[in-house]
Design a protein around this ligand. Structure first.
Ligand code: BTN
Length: 265
């Protein structure tokens, strides 16, 4: 197949020590790479194992949504991590994942994809990539599955999402998917190592620099809906939003719309 993602193509391009080196589970079709990666984790697969496929029949999105993953149209990949982090730092891996994919996109295509808190990648106001972080208890301890779906070619997402989603080849000459995978794993390994060494401080500056949310008007839809100015993130990964009455809110989860991005006006 054209633009193959067989590990034989991207493994030689890796600059990693562990990510993508050990168990690389590549299949044409999977229900979900996150589901398979969780099974591998329970069977004891090591830190850095990769699971990827050409197409997912049950791709999972955040908040229980479905993630469209048609054959050959994107990078549908899960990375199994057994990080050396305190439990409260684990959610910060989601930032590492977003930073790594946005850098990989920039390195391989020049596209300036930005991070919408916590971990969507957007370009030109539309979603280019989504990330689903899941945790699984294994005999070797807690493992983290970082699942990433990147729209590379037209047809990656359904037509009815055309005003909110985008694929790389709509706006640039898409690089090979194997080049993206190698770049992503190489940057991700470094970002996770940085988080392990220095905690939040080690990744905060890079995350802030790539964020489209910070410094913007946002609407948060969660337990309560609020509108305000996104000032910063804190060391737990929470988004700090100041409402008109001057109160600073810590937003831990929920859907955040950024003015001018993905249909929010
Ligand atoms: C989101 O809703 O934005 C998250 C989407 C995450 C999709 C990826 S594709 C690879 C991995 N396997 C899944 O089932 N989901 C993630």
């Amino acid at each position: 197949m054209q633009d193959s993602i067989s590990p034989t193509l991207w493994q030689p391009l890796l600059t990693t020590r562990r990510l993508g080196r050990a168990i690389n589970h590549y299949e044409y079709t999977l229900t979900s790479t996150n589901i398979t990666a969780k099974e591998l984790a329970k069977q004891g697969a090591p830190h850095g194992s990769i699971c990827l496929c050409e197409c997912q029949t049950g791709g999972k999105g955040r908040l229980g949504r479905v993630w469209s993953s048609p054959e050959g149209k994107g990078v549908w990949i899960s990375v199994l991590l057994r990080p050396n982090l305190k439990p409260e730092q684990i959610p910060l891996i989601t930032f590492c994942t977003a930073m790594a994919m946005s850098r990989a996109i920039r390195q391989t295509s020049g596209l300036d994809a930005r991070i919408k808190w916590p971990n969507d990648l957007v370009y030109d106001g539309r979603k280019l990539c989504g990330i689903l972080l899941e945790m699984v208890v294994t005999p070797q301890g807690m493992a983290v599955i970082a699942g990433t779906g990147l729209n590379v070619h037209r047809g990656a997402y359904p037509d009815d999402l055309a005003d909110r989603a985008i694929a790389m080849d709509e706006v640039c000459a898409a690089p090979s998917r194997s080049a993206i995978i190698a770049a992503y794993l190489s940057v991700l390994e470094e970002a996770v190592a940085q988080l392990e060494r220095e905690g939040f401080a080690g990744i905060a500056e890079d995350y802030r620099a790539q964020s489209i949310t910070l410094g913007s008007q946002v609407q948060v839809i969660g337990a309560a809906t609020l509108t305000g100015f996104a000032e910063d993130i804190d060391e737990t990964g929470a988004l700090l939003v100041r409402t008109e009455d001057g109160i600073l809110h810590r937003v831990l989860a929920g859907d955040v719309s950024v003015r001018g991005v993905m249909g929010y006006v």
